[in-house]
Design a protein around this ligand. Structure first.
Ligand SMILES: [Zn+2]
Length: 192
């Protein structure tokens, strides 16, 4: 699995427990510890179908946990938010902040996450000089510029966002190298 804190990959070491108090609830939680950063990840699993739960009773505890791990609809509850990995240091702080916030609110509000993602993308486009009446027009400008490896304008917004992000990061790195700016000066360039 990939650690949602530091992004390192490590062998699954989930420990599964059922949430119970006097009575069984059918809810399970599992924890994993990252050997790299030692942070704990916690996931919750709502009850499985009643027929599956009944079958689980016929199994040993170990077999139950293996089955639940495989069939459960696990939801990450700690750390809060979506796991998208760390933001590269060359990404401007304002854009990184919007991106991180969009990831954080995704599990609880897809609309809020989409609004932040939209602003994130629009800021990147504006910083690269693509400005128009609305975001769709700005994306159109970018696609027409022919700087992205996109063959069809019908590709999803996710593809555009991903490709745009890579393009912006690449451009930023090139700027950094060619102008040998300090990070402080680079931030100034992006803010202007
Ligand atoms: Zn970690």
């Amino acid at each position: 699995m990939k650690c949602p804190y530091c992004g390192m990959h490590f062998s699954d070491n989930w420990i599964v427990q059922e949430i119970a108090r006097v009575h069984r609830t059918g809810w399970f939680y599992r924890t994993a510890l990252c050997p790299e950063c030692t942070q704990m990840t916690i996931e919750l699993c709502p009850p499985l179908r009643s027929d599956i739960m009944n079958q689980l009773d016929q199994l040993s505890v170990g077999e139950q946990h293996t089955t639940i791990q495989r069939l459960g609809q696990w939801r990450q509850v700690l750390p809060v938010g979506s796991n998208r990995g760390p933001v590269p240091p060359e990404v401007p702080k304002a854009i990184a902040a919007d991106y991180v916030e969009a990831c954080r609110v995704l599990p609880t509000s897809a609309k809020a996450s989409a609004a932040l993602s939209r602003r994130c993308l629009q800021t990147m486009l504006h910083n690269q000089g693509y400005k128009d009446r609305d975001l769709a027009k700005e994306i159109e400008q970018l696609l027409n510029a022919g700087v992205l490896p996109i063959t069809s304008k019908k590709q999803s917004m996710q593809s555009v966002t991903s490709a745009t992000s890579r393009h912006i990061q690449s451009t930023t790195r090139q700027r950094f190298r060619s102008l040998t700016l300090t990070r402080k000066r680079l931030n100034g360039v992006w803010k202007s």
